[in-house]
Design a protein around this ligand. Structure first.
Ligand code: CP
Length: 322
């Protein structure tokens, strides 16, 4: 995996590529700043701020997205930035222009931040390393790279968990599903560990568990009923078939029978369990509608909080680049 520097010599965040290695103080600062952009009342409302006035944010998505691309756009606009949604399929990347040549041209258009999603693990780190050489001061935000990392998803998951559970120090959190192909699982595990969650579990068939899973300091379960026992938070993942090289499962129906989060399985969890899902959901496969639409599900709250989390991250990155 390509490595890059996310923190400068003064201890400030200059890029957000992965939650791995981000100190607890910075994670907590992001969560605290997020609260400042939110008003809770009958409805969650998001405050505007001028902090990115005169700055240009490029959203560059080489892979499809609903939540991340849109909430990054809303977040940047709420911070008063000029936002360019770079149209990858209609760009000269289709004529063979390399990733770094594309980036160099966008730097010449006075970019201040790049939000990058790419199917290749390491793509954001590659760009960050290039930026550090040719245009220090520009910030790179990883919006998901292959199966490696999705740091803002993890941070919005942490914000959602803190909102509903307040204290990380007593929690049992289970991540259920396609762990091996999931950038969300990796980023969540690093963030949960940093925040001191004592009981982190992964639940999956053996074919969907990374061989090195115990290195992450998590408990793994192949039996979902055992893994869900008493958990406070259940994070459900989609089967990421676009990243499966060979068939890892007999069928979606079989997966639902063995690992789908059903109402019957939900009762194994703590009575006040919250259910998260990064989306997109495949109802009837990894999660049943009776769970997805239940009072335990906080899935749409995650999306709203995601706007404020991304505002907080961009504000903190912008401060470091001054
Ligand atoms: N959670 C997430 O990354 O969703 P999108 O693929 O829709 O951005």
């Amino acid at each position: 995996m390509i490595k890059t520097k996310q923190i400068n010599k003064s201890g400030e965040l200059i890029h957000l590529i992965s939650t791995e290695g981000i100190p607890k103080s910075i994670v907590l600062e992001i969560l605290d700043r997020t609260s400042n952009f939110l008003n809770f009342g009958e409805k969650i409302t998001i405050q505007n701020s001028p902090v990115l006035k005169g700055k240009t944010v490029f959203n560059i998505f080489f892979e499809s997205s609903t939540r991340t691309s849109t909430t990054f756009e809303i977040a940047a606009k709420r911070l008063s930035a000029d936002v360019i949604n770079f149209n990858v399929p209609n760009s000269s990347a289709a004529k063979g222009e390399s990733l770094l040549d594309t980036v160099d041209n966008l730097i010449s258009m006075q970019a201040n931040m790049f939000v990058i999603r790419h199917s290749q693990s390491g793509a954001s780190a590659l760009i960050a390393n290039h930026i550090n050489l040719v245009a220090p001061g520009i910030n790179i935000l990883n919006a998901g790279d292959g199966s490696h990392a999705h740091p803002t998803q993890a941070l919005l998951d942490m914000y959602t968990i803190r909102h509903f559970k307040q204290d990380f120090s007593y929690l049992s959190v289970a991540i259920i599903g396609d762990i091996v192909n999931s950038r969300v699982a990796r980023s969540d595990i690093h963030a949960l560990s940093t925040l001191g969650v004592p009981d982190i579990r992964v639940i999956a068939p053996k074919t969907l568990l990374p061989p090195e899973v115990s290195k992450f300091g998590v408990k793994s379960f192949v039996n979902i009923e055992e893994g869900l026992s008493g958990v406070d938070v259940a994070i459900v993942l989609r089967l990421q078939r676009e990243r499966m090289n060979s068939p890892s499962l007999p069928s979606s129906e079989e997966y639902n029978k063995l690992y789908g989060l059903t109402k019957e399985r939900l009762v194994k969890c703590s009575p006040d369990v919250i259910v998260l899902h990064p989306g997109p959901m495949n109802r009837g496969i990894e999660i049943d509608s009776l769970v997805a639409d239940s009072s335990h599900a906080v899935i749409l709250k995650q999306v709203t909080f995601g706007i404020a989390v991304r505002m907080a991250v961009m504000e903190i990155l912008n401060r470091a680049s001054l």
